[in-house]
Design a protein around this ligand. Sequence first.
Ligand SMILES: [Cu+2]
Length: 280
Amino acid sequence: MTQPPANRRPSNSMVIAGILILILAIVTVYSAFTVFQLPDPVTEQGERINTFYQPVMVISFAVFLLVTSALIFAVFRYQRRGPEIPEQIHGSSVLEMAWTIIPIIILVALFVPAVALVIDLKTPPSEDEADIVVEAVGHQWWWEFIYPDSGVRIQSTPPNYDEFDPPALVVPVGQTVLVKVRSTDVIHSFYAPQTLYKIQAVPGNVNLLHFTVTKAGVYHGQCYQFCGLRHSDMLFVLDARDPADYERWLQQTRQAQGLDDGAGTEIAVGGVSRDGTKAE
Ligand SMILES: [Cu+2]
């Protein structure tokens, strides 16, 4: 079964290698454009994360494709066909420099923007700088939202799971929201996938998360840390509205919760007035 040396047609094994590499390339490219895409970001921070993620994914997939293709090629091309020992090569300065320097360049090029992004995400605005401050409190097993400026509380008691309507974290579009995430019992994780940034709710700790929603809409959210029997019921929605709509909702909710005097005047609990300015 030895191949004649002057055979111009590729050997069967090289045809198989070529087919495998082609399948690998198709699957890799298809995956990159589909299952490896992030949810559509709806916050400024999420858009920044996605902008960074795309080149990281392209580089990762290119390296994966290159290395795996080379491996498949080597397995088929250099399989043992006879008793003879192939040419023995001990080291190549050019190759070794290349596979050292190129990864260093790639890693440094990714490290710098990654650090800048992480610093940005990990540097929340102060409560005065933020337009809206909300507390997200994890309970076994529901989320409670508290608007400390106005006293509004959403889902302050355990929900009726038989007719469960996920509590809404209502926020205005285009304004900086500071979420103070905490827990009253075990560790939970606060995440609306389209923000692309999750944070844990840890008992005894307040973790800060900030975002500015860019597109009005109602977005799915849930607990992402297994926290007990009804973990899967720990749903919420991020309801992002135009600022005027948000103010209307806040006013109506204050009235419904008996926090407003009903006469349309500013109330002593302080907080957000009807025109959106913050009372100090
Ligand atoms: Cu949970």
